[in-house]
Design a protein around this ligand. Sequence first.
Ligand code: FMN
Length: 219
Amino acid sequence: MPGTKYTLDVSNLHSRNPFKQFDRWLQEAKNDKDIKNPSVMCLTTCSPDCKPSCRMIQLQDFNEKGLLFSTHYESKKAKELNLNPKCSVCFYWDDLDRQVVMNGRVEKISEVDYYSYFSRKPIEEQIKIVVSEQGKILPDKQPMIEKQKKLMKQFEETKQVPLPETWCGYLFIPEEFDFWQGNSDDLDDRLRFRLKRDHENTDLVVQGEGFWVIERLSA
Ligand SMILES: Cc1cc2nc3c(=O)[nH]c(=O)nc-3n(C[C@H](O)[C@H](O)[C@H](O)COP(=O)(O)O)c2cc1C
């Protein structure tokens, strides 16, 4: 992207812990007024017969345990994740000329934990979730509109909708991070964080925090 002046090197990393490094980039993206959806990521799953599929989803929360997102339990992605929890996510922040790709796996979170996120959403968002039959072929949208109106009326005072049984939260646990930094005046940069392999000779890699090692990749 023209004008981008950032570089990425082990010497200027915010942290050698990839979770902390990602958190810094995410905060910088959130602070950039030209980035409209900093918390949106592309999730790629894979069917048991190895057919990949991807879609954008909203990151709901992030900490050193992983990345939390939510979806319909009968959606294509949920069905695939239940059979094969290995998946990838990708963030792209155009204005900062940055991409982060993470490979890892998901674990379903408890209903109680997910409810604490769901209950903080505005009533309109909660009702959209209740009404959703994600992925179902619909001859007509009208029945959903009717259901939405009915629920808005039913919950307009309490503004608190019970958690629908069909919606659930997943924690994505990254096992590899690939940070890419574009640079308009120079070669682009890429640093990969991965977990150290058993008996690996770490002279060839940079030691990250804990079990992480860091490698420079050609961009
Ligand atoms: C910006 C954006 C954010 C989205 N966030 C979510 C989300 O958090 N959860 C979700 O299930 N779908 C979300 N969607 C819809 C998905 O992209 C997708 O259409 C839907 O989940 C069905 O995917 P599937 O049939 O592959 O499972 C979002 C779409 C966009 C464009």
